[in-house]
Design a protein around this ligand. Structure first.
Ligand code: NAD
Length: 494
């Protein structure tokens, strides 16, 4: 690994943190309690900024602002074309501020600056433009009912949407949430993850210039049980959209059920299989399997975290996968060429190290890595385990770190059975040169996305979501719109 950068003095970010207060009704305001919490630099564990800590009272204020903006404000009433222009202007502004946003996001998350500036911010911009395009293409139907009636459906915004996002892709998840909700004419209260509040506040400061009326998008920073839970229980929130862990997803669903039965969309965890068939192009499969697992420090919901390799190509694959992990450039995420930065925080770091110990104790072979890198921050050496068995914890739980688990299989029926034998069902990768094999696996795998000879190919148009305990509903693409719309049937006698 390139270890040097991890132990060097951290590079100083070239942006000031200007916005650390809650964004309610178009204004940056202190938390009602006056409390703040620290957001930390994952490279060092040092404080970047003190951020307003929202609680139930702030959620009440934000929901009231969103309700007023929905019931009385111009947003749901303006033409859909006007709304689309606001989203297009917001996309332009984010594009213009790419460097500042990417710098803040890197500082707050530890993910490589180049990844944020070249991949994530452009994806945010693309997504907002895509949903801007939808705004004036949302329409109902006329329906040929059995009787002398004119029947039409109106697709109306659902109202106030509560949205809760995680820390692994803060701004990208922010855009997945706000894009479709705004295109449909809803208003929003969004809670950021406590680890990564900064980029959303930066964007909040651009909303007025984009032309978004006050109260339409309110942003609350704070902790899950303190600020997130009251949002989920709120009687005046009409819909919830959540991305995060499966355990929290269950809590959110029950809070929604116990309050006003608001509909809930959930994007949760995963343990995605990555299947390398005997006829796969091995070099491509090695590179893509490496990317599928190690991208974003392994902190991806859809990480290819069970690498199943056919026994005939297993030895070659393993040798090359290990060599690739050893070549991975780990270090300061602000340094050009860095592939892997630190993990998000000490809690995740400790959790990953625990899983690594469990892998060793349960008899998997530690091929490389398995240790902390440097003395400061939360860097972990890219880790590869071979001889992994399905019943080991490292093959069952979401590790959310740079730990690749390689398993051997003999035939397709067996690998389908084993791949599907998981409580999760978010995504899968299939590597083969045979169309029949690809089609067979694509149909047999119980997951929301199958990537064939590629992985992590995302676009605003492609729906994403999970089977089983990986979630409920789909985000992105046309599918996301129905999360934010009510259908009203209007019946008139002829
Ligand atoms: P988390 O569930 O701990 O937290 C996610 C969000 O939920 C945070 O904003 C947190 O403050 C909030 N929260 C926590 N407890 C809450 C409560 N009781 N009530 C309301 N809100 C609460 O998850 P995390 O550790 O931040 O994120 C990692 C997880 O997210 C992983 O499991 C990952 O797979 C998943 N994820 C899924 C997707 C997807 O699209 N399926 C995308 C990214 C991340």
């Amino acid at each position: 690994y390139s270890t040097a950068a991890a132990v060097e003095e951290p590079i100083k970010p070239t942006v000031n943190v200007e916005h650390t207060k809650l964004f309610i009704n178009g204004q940056f305001v202190d938390a009602a309690s006056g409390k703040t919490f620290s957001t930390l630099d994952p490279r060092t564990g040092e404080v970047i900024a003190h951020v307003a800590e929202g609680d139930a009272e702030d959620i009440n204020r934000a929901v009231a602002a969103a309700r007023k903006a929905f019931d009385e404000g111009p947003w749901p009433r303006m033409t859909a074309y006007e709304r689309s222009k606001v989203l297009l202007r917001l996309a332009d502004l984010i594009e213009k501020h790419n460097d500042q946003i990417a710098t803040l996001e890197t500082w707050d998350t530890g993910k490589p600056y180049e990844q944020v500036a070249k991949i994530e911010v452009p994806m945010v911009v693309r997504l907002l433009r895509y949903y801007a395009g939808w705004a004036d293409k949302i329409h109902g139907m006329t329906i040929p009912a059995d009787g002398p009636y004119h029947v039409q459906t109106l697709h109306e915004p659902i109202g106030v949407a509560g949205q809760i996002i995680p820390w692994n892709f803060p701004l990208l998840m922010f855009s997945w949430k706000i894009g479709p909700a705004l295109a449909c004419g809803n208003t929003i209260v969004l809670k950021t993850a406590e680890q990564t509040p900064l980029s959303a506040f930066y964007v909040a400061n651009l909303l007025q210039e984009a032309g978004l009326p006050e109260g339409v998008l309110n942003i609350i920073s704070g902790f899950g049980p303190i600020a997130g839970a009251p949002l989920c229980s709120h009687m005046d929130v009409d819909k919830l959209a959540f991305t995060g862990s499966t355990d929290t997803g269950k809590t959110i669903l029950s809070l929604a059920a116990k309050s006003n039965l608001k509909p809930v969309t959930l994007e949760l965890g995963g343990k995605s299989p990555f299947i390398v068939c005997e006829d796969a192009d091995i070099d491509t499969a090695v590179e893509q399997a490496h990317f599928a697992l190690f991208f974003n420090q392994g902190q991806c919901c859809c990480a290819g975290s069970r690498t199943y390799v056919h026994e005939k190509v297993y030895d070659e694959f393993l040798e090359k996968a290990k060599a690739r992990a050893l070549k991975r450039t780990v270090g300061d995420p602000f340094k050009s060429g860095t592939e892997q930065g630190p993990q998000i925080d000490s809690k995740q770091f400790d959790k990953i190290m625990k899983y690594i110990r469990s892998g060793v104790e349960s008899g998997a072979t530690l091929e490389t890595g398995g240790e902390r890198l440097g003395e400061k921050g939360y860097y972990i050496k890219p880790t590869v385990f071979s001889n992994v068995k399905d019943d080991m914890l490292i093959a069952q739980d979401e590790i959310f770190g740079p730990v690749q688990s390689i398993l051997k299989f003999k035939d397709l029926d067996e690998v389908v059975r084993r791949a599907n034998n998981s409580r999760y069902g978010l995504a899968a990768g299939v590597f083969t040169q045979n169309m029949d094999t690809a089609n067979t696996l694509a149909r047999a795998l119980k997951v929301g996305t199958v990537w064939i000879n590629c992985f992590d190919t995302f676009d605003a148009t492609i729906p994403f979501g999970g089977y089983k305990m990986s979630g409920q509903g789909r985000e992105k693409g046309e599918y996301s719109l129905k999360n934010y719309l009510q259908v009203k049937a209007v019946v008139t006698p002829l």
